[in-house]
Design a protein around this ligand. Structure first.
Ligand SMILES: C[S@@+](CC[C@H](N)C(=O)[O-])C[C@H]1O[C@@H](n2cnc3c(N)ncnc32)[C@H](O)[C@@H]1O
Length: 246
């Protein structure tokens, strides 16, 4: 267990030993790792047909393989200054039973599991490679007992979570409004949800897998404004914090 500042410093140093975890987990030689990471974003985009013909869940569950893991790792290493602010936000609001929905390579789950304020982390991700990688990382960091792993929220035997983390996931879902309605059902009056989104495919279609359909996005904001109240925080990032509008 570490104090908050040590957690942030560990992340800023090496993203929680991320490169050494990748080398041990993937069939990749250390000398090839940087090329693997540098080409990750393009390779992930190239896997996608570039239009709306593909089912989102199928893309993340079956097609991305270790390409998404590489894409996320490259992003977490190159954008540490942004991501560390999301960890600061977590430290301000995360407590007790935490759900990390679409947890990716596990940065937020691992940081939560290192915190004294958190009792247990429930890591949910549709992608098995990501789940296995984060389980491997949790073992390496001595956090395995504090995190459990699931493909979907319905597998978890918990009625209410104290904190919900859902970062850079909503734009990947076919119906993000329904997802925040599910979050609403599994929050108590004192729970906090930490959310962000990026409903944009990019200037040059760099993110063909992001949802940007006007009606889908509109429905998302309608539900968000009807069912949640924003809690102000002073950290200057796009991530927002919410409680239930009861
Ligand atoms: C862009 S990544 C974000 C990862 C992590 N939250 C972060 O901030 O780095 C999106 C993640 O959502 C997961 N995902 C996509 N659709 C999902 C679904 N229906 N249920 C659970 N996870 C999903 C993907 O496998 C991927 O790990």
């Amino acid at each position: 267990m570490k104090n908050n500042e040590n957690i942030l410093n560990h992340f800023l140093k090496d993203a929680f030993d991320l490169k050494s975890h990748l080398i041990e987990f993937l069939p990749i030689k250390p000398k090839n790792l940087n090329d693997f990471l540098n080409s990750a974003k393009m390779e992930l985009a190239n896997l996608h047909p570039g239009d709306n013909s593909l089912n989102c869940s199928k893309f993340y569950e079956e097609m991305v393989g270790d390409k998404h893991l590489a894409d996320l790792a490259a992003w977490h290493i190159s954008s540490k200054d942004y991501i560390v602010n999301t960890l600061k936000l977590q430290q301000k609001f995360s407590k007790n039973l935490v759900l990390d929905f679409g947890g990716g390579i596990g940065t937020h789950s691992l940081a939560n599991a290192m915190s004294h304020n958190v009792e247990h982390v429930f890591f949910v991700d549709i992608n098995k490679t990501n789940r296995d990688f984060v389980e491997f990382r949790a073992e390496k960091l001595g956090l395995r007992k504090k995190i459990s792993f699931y493909k979907s929220i319905s597998e978890i035997n918990i009625m209410k979570f104290d904190s919900i983390i859902c970062l850079d996931v909503l734009e990947h879902l076919p119906d993000p409004a329904s997802q925040i309605e599910i979050f609403h059902e599994i929050m108590s009056d004192n729970s906090v949800a930490i959310l962000n989104w990026y409903f944009y495919k990019g200037e040059n279609n760099e993110y063909p897998f992001h949802i940007d359909d006007y009606q889908i996005v509109n429905k998302f904001f309608e539900i968000l404004q009807r069912k949640f109240v924003e809690i102000f925080h002073p950290i200057l990032i796009t991530t927002r914090t919410y409680k239930k509008f009861c």
